[in-house]
Design a protein around this ligand. Sequence first.
Ligand code: 13P
Length: 287
Amino acid sequence: MLVSARDMLIKARDGHYAVGQFNINNLEWTKAILLTAQEMNSPVILGVSEGAGKYMTGFKTVAAMVKAMDECLGITVPVALHLDHGTYEGAKACVEAGFTSIMFDGSHYPIDENVAKTTELVKLAHDNGISIEAEVGAIGGEEDGVIGAGEVADPAECAKIAGLGVDFLAAGIGNIHGKYPANWKGLDFEALDAIHKATDNIPLVLHGGSGIPTEMVKKAISLGVSKVNVNTECQLTFAAATREYIEAGKDLEGKGFDPRKLLAPGVEAIKATVKEKIELFGSANKA
Ligand code: 13P
């Protein structure tokens, strides 16, 4: 059932668990995540980056596929179709295409411009009955493997953006997208606590959810994180399972080259990863 992410995240915040955002890249990814969320009776958020949207030929294609798949699979758990790290233009395009949630990442703008653009998009999202996430304090990405810490957001800036009426807020607390480097300093729980206290109980979002030790994830949830984003871990498990299939020569046996067979181990690997995360985040049976 396609819905805004607002209510599921308020429920998560009040229930002290988190809902997973799993990024999608194609039909296989979408199907694996939807089926697992249904099996676990868990709410779920499908994340679509601008790049993934382009890869799938546009946000309209994505929205049409997700809507039809949700219906054809008989999915009854709440599912939000969410733009991940949207630009100003991308956010508008996703509202138009029928997404049920958007993220506007204005973290690279000076704070005043982030405020102005976020304000406009909050109105647009809410006029259309969908939820909106904003970001303060850019969340770094793996560049050369030498980054030891992600950026940490300023609680006063977080309060300013949270006060604009966004439904949930991504704030940097030392987290990084992609694989964590060996010299990573870990999440900054003091910063998280200060941000949580400054932002009037708004559901907080932890980006870069792949590869964070489970105890750190649990602690972050206990300190106000209600949404955890996972992308890289599904990509890694998909790739490893596909590699194993091919290295075992299975694509050369019988009809093993059929994409429905070739991609099946990867799909099962995504399902296992999503299941593990839903258990860790505590959202099973919270649909
Ligand atoms: P990872 O790829 O590190 O899991 O991060 C996902 C994410 O935060 C998407 O916004």
